[in-house]
Write a protein of this length. Structure first.
Length: 69
């Protein structure tokens, strides 16, 4: 369900959200487009939110923190 006025998207019933290689799964996920934040909605379904975060490579971190020549 997308609320254009509030800029919030609510995903229900086996919701899945990915950001890069990171994944978020749950029965009720809420994504705030303005804040670029994901949160859990209701816990009434009894299922936990499952979050998979893939660590970045050292090379990725160096290229982001070091300016280009």
């Amino acid at each position: 369900v997308y609320d254009n006025a509030a800029q919030i998207m609510r995903m229900l019933d086996g919701a899945w959200f990915a950001s890069g290689q990171n994944e978020f799964r749950g029965c009720d996920l809420i994504y705030d487009l303005d804040q670029e934040q994901l949160s859990s909605g209701s816990s009434e379904c009894g299922e936990p939110v499952v979050i998979t975060i893939v660590p970045r490579d050292d090379e990725d971190e160096e290229s982001e923190s070091s300016p280009s020549p």
